[in-house]
Ligand binder design. Structure first.
Ligand SMILES: Nc1nc2c(ncn2[C@@H]2O[C@H](COP(=O)(O)OP(=O)(O)OP(=O)(O)O)[C@@H](O)[C@H]2O)c(=O)[nH]1
Ligand SMILES: [Mg+2]
Length: 324
């Protein structure tokens, strides 16, 4: 074995030995490859790791074709939308998940603590948003699991530690997204790219000197992404973040009302921003879309009970009375 292996490599190797599922093995192996120092002394080891990796991938593909779990990590969506937390090691992804949701992921001050995606549900007012914590990204390998997870998400939260070269971290993340054929909304690129809403979270803002990191982050990315600087130690910051998460999902909550009765504002219908009365009717009941004649709407900027046509565009908080 080459003598000068890094602690990061040795840690990855240890997780490989401890790994039980094929998913965990694959991840650990990819990690070993990505942190293996590049020089002549490691060439042989690199070759061995590569062939082990491709064998494992083949096996897991075979299993997939007979209906077993896939190492590509398909996280089933639940709630009003799914946001995947993306970032380099130690940025604070798992800390955020644990503070915002019911999940209890492992949190530690060493790199690559998280080895498989962890899912949690976040309460926001009267809906739930699904957050997915993910293993830290690195540039070395394509890591199919990342592409799959990120492309499938409704939005991404890019988490950087603003005390440690935030621009460097963002460059890695952006390159990683590009490799996964993902671009943040607002950039015009070939159609094979998957447009995705994203928010940048500059974490660890309470650390002395971190404000400088926050400033350079803003200077570089303001206008392209919403950016928030926060500390997971500050509860008020986390409350504000919940709203930002809701905003980047681009969804609205509307309530259905039966004539002469109060609306049930505890149970909203969740629709993409820009949806019409007709689309809401389709969510309430398949037949309603066809039979709909008009609707009455209550909400800000409208007369109470204003009569509107099928194509009327709804806003967050509207109460809708459907008339067949
Ligand atoms: N000072 C400070 N430390 C934080 C903050 N948020 C998280 N941490 C610490 O940063 C370290 C890493 O946190 P994790 O949540 O495990 O980071 P991660 O991004 O999930 O890391 P990996 O799983 O390795 O990718 C832990 O020691 C946390 O306690 C913060 O706002 N301020
Ligand atoms: Mg983690």
């Amino acid at each position: 074995m080459p003598a000068n292996l890094t602690p990061e490599y040795l840690a990855a190797e240890q997780s490989f030995r401890k790994a039980k599922s094929p998913q965990e093995k694959l991840l650990a192996l990819e990690r070993m490859l990505s942190v293996l120092p590049k020089h002549k002394g490691t060439d042989k080891l690199r070759g061995q790791l590569r062939s082990k990796l491709s064998k494992l991938k083949e096996e897991s593909q075979k299993k997939k074709s007979v209906g077993r779990g896939s190492y590509l990590f398909n996280v089933k969506k639940e709630g009003a939308g799914q946001i995947v937390l993306v970032g380099l090691p130690n940025a604070g992804k798992s800390t955020l998940l644990s503070l915002l949701t019911n999940a209890s992921p492992e949190i530690a001050d060493y790199a690559f603590t998280t080895r498989t995606p962890v899912v949690g549900m976040m309460d926001f007012e009267n809906i739930q948003i699904q957050l997915v914590d993910s293993p830290a990204v690195t540039l070395e390998l394509g890591e199919a699991w990342f592409t799959n997870l990120a492309r499938n998400a409704d939005a991404l939260a890019l988490i950087v530690d603003i005390g440690r070269d935030p621009l460097g971290q963002m460059r890695v993340i952006m390159e990683k997204l590009e490799k996964a054929w993902i671009v943040p909304i607002g950039v015009v690129l070939p159609s094979s790219f998957n447009e995705k809403n994203a928010i940048i979270i500059g974490n660890k803002a309470e650390v002395p000197g971190a404000d400088k990191g926050g400033t350079v982050l803003k200077a570089q990315y303001e206008g392209r992404f919403p950016i928030v600087s926060l500390s997971t130690l500050v509860p008020k910051d986390l409350e504000l973040l919940k709203r930002r998460f809701f905003e980047i999902l681009n969804i609205i909550r509307v309530y259905s009302k039966i004539p002469g009765k109060e609306a049930d504002t505890g149970a909203p219908f969740v629709l993409p921003k820009g949806s019409s009365v007709e689309e809401m009717a389709g969510l309430v009941h398949k037949d309603f879309m066809r039979k709909l004649k008009f609707a009455r709407i209550w909400g800000s900027g409208k007369f109470s009970g204003q009569r509107v046509k099928k194509g009327f565009i709804l806003s967050d908080g509207d109460v809708v009375e459907l008339h067949m």
